[in-house]
Design a binder for this molecule. Structure first.
Ligand code: F6P
Length: 327
């Protein structure tokens, strides 16, 4: 492995997340502060394979901390998941003299990075940039807080119209196969029910709770459903409710990609700045092939090959809280 890191590359990969720009800014400026040359790799691993690489200066990242999306653009790249693709990426990096890489992305992006770091001698540091918050080893992922706040704002608005019409709204939020956005936005908006993939949806139970609320003349209800929920998502849940309670007015709203855009919250800007700074520090200190997370407000460094998807671990107490508070 090259001993001293002198020229580093940074890329964003997978679904974009608000706060990625703040992380890029932190990597670029921390690198330059420490005398490194920093290169922005466009469109994730795809741009890397195509040698689409630009030199970054301190000014290149001016005025971006508040912007959603990613100035480096992003992509999901299948070829990087093959050994040939990774060899090609290595050759490009070697050709550019880049001897350290920072990857900002989700678990799919890290899987490629793990293979790359096993096969090649360029150190890689991972930073979790995903709205889904589905990665072990960190309490936060960049973009989650913004996505939750966007969902909260939207659901608050939906509640106004639900209240005006005495309707049931079933709102679907993102999260791939994790329920964190649903859980946090649902609790934050006082949703009457939250359906997530980590807990089996019991339709009979849901219908009984709606019937019980109806008996109490509580006609306005919001059910927040995670897109990965196993019964089939918002439309399927709505179909089941309509079948059993045809007299209640039900509407479905799928929030979709609105949750991925917009200015990052101060929380996302802060964690992105900390993670970006520490990613470069890792490269400088020779702490190679790690993922930079934040656990209990302390930096947490996990070997890249130990980073995995956080699945199925939302404990029952959360659901108890939902039930008690939404009664
Ligand atoms: O991983 C982020 C995410 O927004 C998920 O919540 C969602 O399932 C997925 O990406 C959507 O991906 P795409 O933008 O490729 O449709």
């Amino acid at each position: 492995m090259d001993k001293k890191v002198t020229r580093i590359g940074v890329l964003t990969s997978g679904g974009d997340a608000p706060g990625m720009n703040a992380a890029i800014r932190a990597v670029v400026r921390t690198g330059i502060y420490n005398g490194l040359e920093v290169f922005g790799i466009m469109r994730g691993y795809q741009g890397l394979l195509e040698n689409d690489i630009v030199k970054m200066e301190s000014r290149s990242v001016a005025n971006i901390i508040q912007r959603g999306g990613t100035i480096l653009k992003t992509a999901r790249c299948k070829i990087f998941h093959t050994a040939e693709g990774r060899q090609q990426a290595y050759d490009v990096l070697k050709g550019q003299g880049i001897n350290g890489l920072v990857v900002i992305g989700g678990d799919g992006s890290f899987r490629g990075a793990v293979e790359f770091s096993r096969e090649h001698d360029i150190p890689v540091i991972g930073i979790a940039g995903t709205i889904d918050k589905d990665i072990h080893g960190t309490d936060f992922t960049i973009g989650f807080d913004t996505a939750v706040n966007t969902a909260v704002e939207a659901i608050d608005k939906i509640r106004d119209t639900a209240d005006a019409h005495d309707r049931l709204f079933i709102v679907e939020v993102m999260g791939r196969d994790a329920g964190y956005i649903a859980l946090h936005s649902g609790i934050g908006t006082g949703a009457e029910n939250i359906l997530i993939p980590e807990h089996k949806t019991d339709i009979d139970n849901l219908i009984s709770s709606l019937q019980e609320k109806e008996r109490r003349k509580k006609l306005v209800n919001i059910i927040v459903v995670a897109e990965g929920e196993k019964y089939g998502g918002a439309n399927e849940v709505a179909r089941a409710v309509k079948e059993r309670m045809p007299h209640i007015e039900t509407r479905v709203c799928i929030l979709g990609h609105i949750q991925r855009g917009g200015a990052p919250t101060s929380m996302d800007r802060l964690i992105a700045s900390r993670m970006g700074y520490h990613a470069v520090e890792c490269l400088l200190e020779g702490r190679h092939n790690v993922f930079v997370g934040i656990l209990n407000n302390k930096m947490n460094y996990v070997p890249l090959d130990k980073v995995h998807k956080k699945k199925g671990i939302i404990n029952d107490e959360w659901m108890k809280i939902v039930k008690i508070l939404a009664s």
